[in-house]
Ligand binder design. Structure first.
Ligand code: 4AD
Length: 487
């Protein structure tokens, strides 16, 4: 019937509709398609084409959203007169069927996307959304951060949060592709989140489980998968993981979360210089992959239009030079409990941790990613490889580095690990760490120990840098920080 010329057009069956996601529509132009999604916005018609194709003034234009993109659509003629259509509210879930017309002209410019629009011939509501007081816009257009955080399940639908989370997914995929490339051949593993050793620092940062199979205080949530990754080297070669880490930090800063996504890698047969080069290479190759992908490029352009990838090599500044730089500029420790304010505290001396604000002052002045390296052992965990002490040298230095990014500060922390059994035993003692729970960590040094190093990258901090966000909270699906564990 479709091809017969003696049958009136309105009696011919419509061609079957192809089900498709919005991001895949370009090759389907001119065809009849079926799309499902949410009404992002109901708009008015383009003022220059109010009567186009028999669609009266009451034709309705819709911006449909399905998570992969946005599609303008128009309901004309009788379709626009039905109550379902005239009552259509933002965030209604719908199925639309119609012909995809290239060079959209009917929908207004602010709804136009990708140079095509859907001329709907049939549609249905799959899930209604309310209007009036309960309308979506009334739920999400709040200014108080805590009210907004309570509505995270709804605000995720908005353009900026959804773009950020999509870019985050593409970024993680690009990291994975970089590690998988034969030049790196770093294997992904999934270490445990329930652990019994603390890795990083004093017990204060740990989330202890009240009860683990009847044992009180028997387990805690992981701070870092590093030690587990180290155990993989001899069996699996170089490894990485993307794993949630948990820190019971009390600090309310714009770059600290209680739960964050930790991208960690451990590399064997590398030296300290090579480790920093590896970190910089992985980041730059990941950015190259991201920028070669049109979807990621568009998301990045939406979120951070000014982004230019950093050039290599990254600057490497010894810790001692950083302290001198801060002193020369009169940048002092922060006053207590104010992470964002520089100054008004004591001047920096060798052996101090560098505060968040001072770190940002350093890297913002440089204006590009930079390594700080060789921190004193006194402010670093016990597992870090120590630099042999020069005659007369008081401080013990470590082969450790932090990668700082403008606007954020520390995004990566890494180091060479102590490979020698005797040195490791001495380090436990130096740091007052009971070696008993670490028997498995120590054990490896007796079975073919090798020089190795690794690092952890905070995914939310990386995204805050990449997408130019003020806080890491925006870069997490459901951020957790002191006082916030809902939704
Ligand atoms: O410097 P950190 O504590 O290093 C480690 O945990 C090492 N064991 C990693 C390793 O060598 N495998 O943490 C590494 C990174 C930091 O640079 C930061 O980006 C991120 O993890 N990070 C946090 N991100 C958000 N909120 C927090 N509370 C974070 N703590 C660390």
């Amino acid at each position: 019937v479709e091809d017969r010329t003696d049958v009136p057009a309105e009696d011919k069956p419509l061609p079957a509709a192809v089900k498709a996601k919005i991001m895949n529509l370009v090759p389907l132009r001119g065809q009849r398609i079926r799309v499902t999604g949410w009404v992002d916005r109901v708009g008015s018609l383009h003022p220059e084409h109010p009567q186009e194709q028999g669609q009266g003034n009451d034709a309705i234009s819709i911006l449909l959203r399905d998570g992969t993109g946005y599609l303008p659509a128009v309901l004309g003629g009788d379709l626009a007169k039905a109550t379902d259509a005239t009552n259509l509210k933002d965030e209604t879930c719908v199925e639309l069927i119609g012909t995809l017309r290239a060079k959209g002209t009917v929908v207004p410019k602010d709804l136009a996307r990708d140079g095509h629009e859907l001329v709907v011939d049939s549609w249905r509501v799959l899930g209604n959304a309310p209007g009036a007081d309960k309308a979506f816009a009334n739920r999400v257009n709040k200014t108080s951060p805590s009210t907004l955080a309570d509505q995270r399940h709804l605000t995720l639908r908005q353009p900026t949060p959804s773009a950020l989370l999509r870019l985050r997914a593409h970024t993680l995929a690009a990291f994975r592709a970089t590690y998988a490339a034969p030049a790196h051949a770093v294997l992904e593993v999934t270490p445990p989140a329930l652990v019994s050793t603390q890795v990083e620092g004093p017990g204060a940062e740990l989330f202890w489980l009240a009860d683990y199979y009847g044992v009180r205080g028997g387990a805690c949530l992981t701070l870092s998968a590093q030690m587990y990754l180290e155990t993989c080297l001899a069996g699996l070669g170089d490894v990485f993981c993307v794993q949630e880490s948990f820190r019971a930090e009390r600090s309310h800063t714009r770059r600290h979360l209680s739960e964050f996504t930790h991208l960690e890698a451990e590399i064997a047969f590398i030296d300290f210089d090579g480790l920093m080069t590896h970190i910089e290479t992985v980041i730059c190759e990941t950015l190259e992959k991201l920028l070669a992908d049109p979807t990621s490029t568009a998301l990045l352009a939406q979120l951070n239009p000014g982004f230019t990838p950093p050039s290599r090599p990254f600057k490497r500044l010894p810790y001692t030079d950083a302290i001198a730089w801060l002193n020369a500029r009169g940048i002092t420790h922060r006053p207590k409990a104010d992470d964002d304010a520089a100054g008004a505290g004591a001047p920096y001396v060798l052996g101090d941790e560098i505060d968040e604000a001072a770190e940002r002052a350093l890297v913002d002045d440089h204006g590009a990613p930079m390594f700080l390296y060789r921190f004193p052992a006194s402010v670093r965990p016990f597992y870090m490889k120590q630099v042999p002490r020069a005659p007369g040298e008081g401080t013990v230095w470590t082969e450790s580095c932090d990668l700082l990014m403008p606007g954020v500060g520390e995004v990566v922390g890494g180091s060479m690990r102590i490979a020698d059994m005797g040195e490791l035993l001495a380090a436990y003692e130096q740091h007052g760490v009971d070696p008993a729970p670490y028997y498995w960590y120590t054990d490896q040094r007796g079975y073919g120990s090798c020089e190795h190093g690794g690092y952890g990258l905070g995914v939310e901090r990386f995204m805050a840098w990449l997408a130019n966000r003020y806080t890491v909270r925006e870069c997490s699906l459901y951020p957790r920080f002191p006082g916030r564990v809902t939704p």
